[in-house]
Design a protein around this ligand. Structure first.
Ligand code: CP
Ligand code: NVA
Length: 313
């Protein structure tokens, strides 16, 4: 059964399938008004969310289905009274799809292992595949193609969004320069870098790690950054992280080193004055709200694809 747990498991063809479908859905949403008739998506949340929660719920509603918000904290699972196994086996008897936003990636893997219906990763500490599918959609809308572009990621790169960007871009032939402080605290996990170098051997993309933020952004088509204080980071770490990450803040000087038609991306939520300056995120290069909008079209495409393949199985 096909799930969406990490883009590592999805082929270039799978990814293109979602992007093409999302384009059609965006253009003609009315064609899909009945596609999820009588279908139910259960959304398990262990962390906060604006975009993921609302885009999945709206997406199901607009396609004639229903989405249930299920708060992990007040569930038998979250209070230690029930196992992942029994939770997903039970949900499989009521609903058609499960989406979960969790801390530990191993927990979503366990959900997928035992679930009798498709499971979607709505973000774990390790990965955020739904975000990157819709980002690829946004990049293609803006640039007309994916292969051969260069994306520079600046900031905290030991990060779910960075890891999924690395998988998604290397699969689709987008070169990535990661600019982050030296050392394990802020660098992508080695296993992801190793996986991506192997993927790049096939796709022709190049992945580079740079500690000099100016070198990372030179000539880039896209600059991407993400929160310095991801949901799972303790607020006590703020001061130390700001100090370490400040040289990687996306500001006008760095944007000017990129291609003239550079786009600036951030999955949001964003903090002005931290991972980027206000003039960049609110300026002419920024596409952050197009990214946010595309979450809706892309979630619909993910749901439609997974359910269709499940029914055909
Ligand atoms: N980008 C994103 O996933 O946003 P939320 O945390 O608001 O869902
Ligand atoms: N890296 C961020 C992404 C938020 C969508 C986090 O985990 O909080």
């Amino acid at each position: 059964m096909k799930h969406l747990i990490t883009l590592k498991d999805w082929s270039e063809e799978d990814i293109l399938g979602v992007l093409d479908l999302a384009d059609i859905i965006k253009k003609s949403p009315e064609q899909f008004y009945d596609t999820m008739n009588q279908r139910v998506l259960v959304m398990i949340f262990e962390k906060p969310s604006l975009r993921t929660r609302i885009s999945f719920e709206t997406g199901m509603y607009q396609m004639g289905g229903h989405a249930i918000y299920y708060d992990m904290a007040s569930s038998p699972l979250g209070t230690g009274k029930e196992t992942i196994h029994d939770t997903v086996k039970t949900l499989s008897r009521y609903s058609d799809l499960i989406m979960a936003r969790l801390f530990a990636h191993t927990n979503i893997e366990e959900m997928a292992q035992y679930s009798d219906i498709p499971v979607i990763n709505g973000l774990t500490d390790f990965n955020h595949p739904c975000q990157i599918l819709s980002d690829l959609m946004t990049i293609r809308e803006r640039k007309g193609e994916l292969k051969g572009l260069t994306l520079a990621y600046l900031g905290d790169a030991k990060n779910n969004v960075t890891h999924s960007l690395l998988y998604g871009c290397s699969k689709m032939g987008i070169n990535i320069n990661v600019g982050c402080p030296k050392g394990d605290n802020f660098s992508p996990l080695r296993v992801v870098m190793d996986d991506c170098r192997e993927i790049c051997d096939k796709s022709g993309a190049v992945v580079k790690l740079a500690n000099d933020p100016f070198e990372a952004v030179r000539g880039a088509d896209i600059i991407y950054t993400d929160s310095w204080m991801s949901y799972h980071i303790n607020s006590k770490e703020l001061e130390d992280r700001v100090q370490a990450l400040k040289p990687y803040q996306v500001d006008t000087e760095k944007v000017q080193l990129g291609a003239p038609d550079l786009i600036f991306m951030n999955c949001l939520p964003a903090m002005r004055g931290y991972e980027q300056t206000a003039d960049v995120i609110d300026g002419p290069h920024s596409v952050v709200f197009q990214q946010a909008e595309n979450r809706l079209h892309c979630q619909k495409a993910i749901i439609v694809k997974l359910l269709k393949e499940f029914m055909e199985d």
